[in-house]
Design a protein around this ligand. Sequence first.
Ligand SMILES: Nc1nc2c(c(=O)[nH]1)N[C@H]1C(S)=C(S)[C@@H](COP(=O)(O)O)O[C@H]1N2
Ligand SMILES: [Mo]
Length: 210
Amino acid sequence: MKEQYIAAKERWARKMAGKEKRVVRSEDRLPPGQREVHNFPVLDLGIRPEIPLDKWELKIGGKVENPVTLNWEQFMALPQFKDVSDFHCVTTWSQFDMEFEGVAFFTIADLVKPKPEATHVYFKSYDGYSTNNPLDVCMDDDVMIAHSWNGKPLTREHGGPARIIIPKRYAWKGAKFIREITFLDRDILGFWELRGYSNTADPFKDDRFA
Ligand SMILES: Nc1nc2c(c(=O)[nH]1)N[C@H]1C(S)=C(S)[C@@H](COP(=O)(O)O)O[C@H]1N2
Ligand SMILES: [Mo]
C-alpha cells in the first residue's frame, strides 16, 4: 500500500511537471459490458443546482489536521492539474480521452493533512447526492476535483462549478456539484451504494451491483 502510494505520487508529480507521457491502454481499454460513446451523456438525479461562483464553497474536514473551507478564488489559486482519462458509466457507456482540469486530490490531501486514522472519504454534493471511496482509491495520480472539461468550464449539467473525477471507478463514484469532502475513520455508504450498487465499483471487474 505504502509503495503503491509513493508510485502514484511520483506519477502525479511528473504530470504536474508536464513530464509524464500518457499511458494509453490498447485493446483492453473498453471494460467488459461497456460500449464506446462520443457524446458525453448526462446522468444525475435530475436536480441541477445553480451555484453562482461567489456563493460556491468547498468544505473539507473530518479526520484531518487542517480542515478548510475554500471559496472559488482560493480553490482556483491551488496548483492546477490537467489530465486525460477514460470515463465509464455503469449504464454501459464509456467515453475515452476526456481531458479534465482542476485540482488533484493529492493537492487537497497535502493541504488538509489526513490523520493516520483516516481510511475513507465521503463526498456530498449541492443536489443532495453523496458517494464514498476508500482513501487509497482517492490517493491515485489521476483523481481530481475538476472545473473544466476539454478546455472549457464544466457546464452545470456535467456537475459544474466543480466535480470529482475518479477514472478507475464507475462514474457514480465521482460526485458532481461537489460541496463537501469528509475524511472518515470508517466507511459510510453514499446514495447509490445504499441502493444496491457495488461499493467497490471497478469497471474492469464488471463490478456493478452489490
Ligand atoms: N451530484 C451528483 N453527482 C453525480 C450524480 C448525481 O446524480 N448527482 N450521478 C452520478 C452518475 S450515476 C454518473 S454516471 C455521473 C455522470 O456524470 P455526467 O452527467 O457528467 O456524465 O455522475 C455521477 N455523479
Ligand atoms: Mo451512472
